[in-house]
Design a protein around this ligand. Structure first.
Ligand SMILES: [Zn+2]
Length: 114
């Protein structure tokens, strides 16, 4: 990962690290345009997107749930994997900084700093 920072600092930090547990393809970020205020961001299996649910029945994952799962994982391995964590948390911060509401970002910061 060292020396490859550019790649991992891409716009969407999960792009290269989230894979489908069903078929092994990558997960892609998608924005669902729902009727009113909320534009829900989900991640979906690429096979599902391209070929439909017959090809892969993996369900879409809410980005917030995905992020929570990563935070939990970070906390778990924080002690002995600090350099690894640093790169990934920087990427996480990038995606959060793009969000208009900073409440979630603050909460995440506190958890990471622990
Ligand atoms: Zn799949």
């Amino acid at each position: 990962m060292v020396g490859d920072r550019h790649k991992y600092s891409s716009k969407y930090p999960f792009s290269a690290i989230v894979f489908c547990g069903n078929c092994g393809n990558i997960f892609k970020r998608r924005q669902w345009n729902s009727t009113n205020t909320s534009k829900k961001v989900v991640w979906q299996c690429k096979t599902y997107i391209m070929d439909g649910k017959d090809a892969c029945g993996a369900k879409a994952v809410d980005e917030k749930i995905l992020m929570n799962a990563f935070v939990k994982m970070f906390n778990k391995i924080y002690e002995n994997r600090q350099s690894f964590i640093k790169t990934l948390t920087e990427n996480i911060e990038m995606i959060i900084l793009q969000r208009p509401d900073s409440k979630e970002a603050e909460a995440l910061d506190k958890r990471i700093e622990k």
